[in-house]
Design a protein around this ligand. Structure first.
Ligand code: SAH
Ligand code: SF4
Length: 394
């Protein structure tokens, strides 16, 4: 059965915008594609193979954006490369630092679409929160990103570009296995990563490549609202940790707050988790649960959550996220005592249930807040507010 657009969305495909100078951007190309790009520019295959290997190392291990620094590439070759290729970075529109050390960047694509990334430093790790789309088609009712009207997939270069840019800004080149600040990546920025599967996969493959950025798959977490058909592929083709935005334990409530639930229900999502390749006790699946006052935060909800996780024998950890309100949001955050009581019930059942501390609130970098400040109230947001007002009147 066909479902209305907002729960069976088709993200706007992006036709790559050619650079005005006609040069090709090497950022985001796999080793093979890099070799092909050189061959297409008439380099003979043996040369292309060797040069591709050198370039790839310079790009992803050394963070080079300029051919002139590439010491093992001959002087004569550099102008040839410069005339045909560039190694780009996303354009930074704004960079902000929070009082708690969290950093947020507003980035802009060549076709003038804005997206964001956030870096969260902790004592023992540094986590980069990466966006997969501009906006999100899924319209979860508590999420600010979901109110953005324009949605498009980010390209491989734009996704891996966020990691490159963070490394630039932290001064972490060349890539080293030890002592780095950027240790973890979460695909929890703007967008639904499993609706941009191919680009997210190819970008994460670049991030995980041992010769380049070399981040282990154990330090990467992909968060999904529950796009069931892509969850298995995610395990098989990417193999990173999985986080699932559950947020409710009844059909009625989840249908309301996470509308994709009308297409893939709670039990289907949990079965997909049980089948997730590599899920075991050492690699638990994280269930995200945003705490909404009088909506999903009762003792009964907590007990039902435990029952469901047990029923599917899931090696699980529950992340309780205090709701971050935004102007016009139709919900409030649960009281701290309620969150504690909820957490205790889950914890007493033997499932870890930490309450996530919101970070970077002063710069709107906290979870689910990612929506470009420049954007005025969107159509979707206005529609939602109108709907809300109507309901209250009724
Ligand atoms: N689309 C993916 C990943 C991005 S959202 C997903 O939904 O999982 C990352 C996390 O932030 C999700 O768990 C999401 O539900 C949560 N989130 C969104 N808006 C929020 C808000 N206003 N307060 C707290 N958490 C929020
Ligand atoms: Fe999209 Fe995730 Fe926000 Fe839902 S919570 S609207 S899936 S970004």
């Amino acid at each position: 059965m066909a479902m209305p657009g907002h729960i069976d969305p088709v993200p706007v495909p992006r036709t790559p915008v050619p650079r005005p100078d006609g040069r090709i951007d090497l950022l985001g190309l796999s080793k093979d594609d890099l070799r092909m790009a050189l061959e297409t520019s008439q380099l003979e295959p043996k040369q292309a193979k060797l040069r591709a290997k050198q370039l790839w190392h310079w790009i992803y291990n050394r963070g080079a954006t300029d051919f002139s620094v590439m010491t093992d590439i001959s002087k004569a070759m550099k102008p040839w490369l410069e005339a045909r290729f560039v190694i780009s970075r996303p354009e930074v529109v704004e960079a902000q630092v929070s009082t708690d050390g969290t950093r947020k960047w507003l980035l802009r694509s060549p076709d003038a679409q804005d997206y964001e990334m956030v870096f969260i430093p902790d004592a023992d790790r540094g986590t980069l929160c990466v966006s997969s789309q501009v906006g999100c088609t899924l319209n979860c009712r508590f999420c600010h990103t979901g109110t953005m009207r324009l949605v498009r997939n980010l390209t491989v270069g734009e996704i891996v570009g966020q990691v490159m840019l963070a490394r630039d800004s932290l001064g972490e080149w060349p890539s080293q296995p030890e002592g780095r600040m950027l240790t973890n990546i979460v695909m929890m920025g703007m967008g639904e990563p499993l609706y941009n599967f191919d680009n997210v996969r190819d970008a994460l493959k670049l991030v995980m490549d041992g010769d380049g950025l070399a981040l282990s798959k154990r330090r990467i977490t992909l968060s999904t609202s529950g796009v069931v058909p892509q969850m298995e592929r995610c395990g098989q083709e990417i193999g990173v940790n999985l986080a699932v935005s559950l947020h409710a334990v009844t059909k009625e409530v989840r249908d309301e707050i996470v509308p994709i639930n009308r297409k893939y229900g709670i039990e289907q999502v949990l079965q997909a988790c049980a089948d997730y390749p590599g899920a075991n006790n050492a690699r638990r699946i994280t269930f995200e649960y945003v705490m909404l006052k009088d909506k999903n935060d009762s003792d009964d909800d907590a007990r039902e959550l435990v029952r469901l996780l047990r029923k599917y024998k899931l090696p699980a950890k529950v992340n309780l996220i205090p709701f971050n309100p935004w102007p016009g949001a139709p919900y409030e955050c649960s009281d701290p005592d309620r969150i504690k009581a909820f957490s205790n019930i889950v914890f007493e059942a033997g499932i870890s249930a930490p309450v996530r501390t919101p970070r970077g609130r002063d710069i709107d970098a906290a979870c689910g807040q990612l929506k470009t400040a420049s954007e005025k109230k969107s159509r979707a947001e206005l529609d939602r507010l109108a709907e809300e007002a109507e309901r209250q009147e009724a």
